[in-house]
Write a protein of this length. Structure first.
Length: 181
């Protein structure tokens, strides 16, 4: 099925773009009865998810994008997946920045696939370093590792990935980021 937004010739009106995505059939149960989820419900889902005051502003700005993408999933369902992807990117970026703040920048140039690039510490080294420094408790190491694996999985697609809307995942990632500071 061809996506209507793939056509370069069509320009959609605001009312068409802001129409609820037809692939968003979810309901919530209220007073024992199902009711359609509204855009206000989605906003409430993420409104209480907050990063602590100690978290850098740059991280907060990026995480706000995750929350907005979650809400915009109402209009375009794939944004729910992009929201989670961006949340895991934010987690990994925050871990990398925390590591650099603690241990300094130690970059080296490497040759990979015919390209020269600056090699930042890889995720496993960052994770082990933060666990070793007791920034991440040993018992939480696997949780952070899963966050890195999710970022990697969603970044290197061979086909479109679709995840269910999940404010609890955004909340968990926010908690993990908060714990780093």
């Amino acid at each position: 099925m061809k996506n209507e937004f793939e056509s370069e010739e069509r320009i959609f009106s605001l009312s068409k773009i802001t129409k609820k995505d037809e692939t968003f059939p979810f309901v919530r149960i209220k007073d024992g009865k199902p009711r359609e989820i509204t855009i206000e419900d989605l906003q409430r889902d993420v409104a209480k998810i907050r990063l602590d005051a100690s978290v850098p502003e740059a991280t907060k700005k990026v995480f706000t994008v995750c929350k907005k993408l979650y809400v915009f999933g109402y209009f375009y369902y794939p944004f729910f997946t992009v929201s989670q992807h961006y949340a895991f990117l934010t987690l990994e970026s925050t871990m990398r920045n925390k590591y650099i703040d603690m241990f300094g920048k130690d970059y080296k140039w490497v040759e990979r696939g015919g390209f020269r690039r600056e090699e930042y510490y890889r995720f496993p080294k960052i994770l082990k370093g933060l666990v070793g420094a007791k920034v991440i408790p040993k018992e939480k190491e696997e949780l952070y590792d899963v966050g890195g694996k999710m970022r990697n999985l969603l970044s290197h697609l061979t086909k479109m990935s679709t995840l269910l809307p999940s404010a609890p995942i955004l909340k968990r990632v926010a908690e993990m980021i908060n714990a780093l500071y």
